[in-house]
Design a protein around this ligand. Structure first.
Ligand SMILES: *Cc1c(COP(=O)(O)O)cnc(C)c1O
Length: 231
């Protein structure tokens, strides 16, 4: 089932790339495996997936220990400062940095671990009260601020668009995130590499790819519906 799902997702990504005149290699699929058992992750792994996204630190660390070592793990969920130490240097990318204290803690732990941690700025693109993320107007200042941290590398931006029935409804939010991204790339601090736009989930990743996503985070579309009652 997971292999078939991945085939469908792959075809959709390719179609979106074709439509937008983009090369398929510009888009990386992050398979969002939260709540799913390791056996499911292994199925995706065997089908070629090497980038997995989790939203809880404990679950991420547990799965990391059980899965092959050549996987790139992404922390995509809200991150508490006291849990930073468990993942810094172990995850390839933290998608969800939205306050200075968190960035400073990542910096501190990364220095201790002797690494530079890649992160993204989470943007509250639709100004939703229920969502985490930096307000659109504040992203640039926040970027300039945390870019000074020597053990943190801000690679780009991430957003969680609203849940919609019709994916086209989110196109303008993805376009907004792209504008913010371009704005940052025009104001790059030192020589850091800013090259990631993480946007698009199962319901809207094709539109996100058309609008320039370089990372898409697909859970349900790869692993099927999640059942939160049994986990
Ligand atoms: C769960 C989750 C996803 C994947 O959601 P689907 O709709 O199942 O594809 C993507 N991004 C974040 C931050 C998530 O928490």
């Amino acid at each position: 089932m997971i292999r078939e799902n991945l085939d469908i997702v792959e075809r959709n990504i390719q179609a979106a790339c074709d439509k937008a005149g983009r090369d398929r290699s510009e888009v990386t699929l992050v398979a969002v495996s939260k709540t799913k058992p390791v056996s499911d992750l292994m199925e995706a792994y065997d089908a070629g997936i090497r980038v997995f996204g989790e939203n809880k630190v404990q679950e991420l660390v547990d799965k990391m220990e059980k899965m092959p070592g050549d996987i790139h793990w992404h922390m995509i969920g809200h991150l508490q400062r006291n849990k930073v130490k468990y993942i810094v240097g172990k995850v390839e990318l933290i998608h969800s940095v939205d306050n200075t204290e968190l960035a400073e803690e990542i910096n501190r732990r990364a220095e201790k671990a002797g690494v530079v941690q890649d992160i993204l700025i989470e943007v509250n693109i639709a100004d939703e009260e229920t969502k985490f993320g930096i307000a659109k107007e504040e992203v640039k200042d926040f970027y300039v601020n945390i870019s000074k941290l020597p053990y943190v590398n801000v690679r780009g931006v991430m957003c969680i668009a609203p849940y919609v029935v019709e994916p086209e409804q989110n196109r303008h939010y993805f376009a907004d995130l792209r504008k913010i991204f371009v704005d940052i790339t025009n104001n790059i601090v030192d020589n850091s590499r800013v090259d990631i736009m993480s946007m698009g989930m199962t319901g809207d990743y094709q539109v996100a790819v058309e609008e320039g996503a370089t990372l898409i985070r697909v859970g349900t579309g790869v692993f099927g519906a999640r059942n939160y009652n049994t986990t």
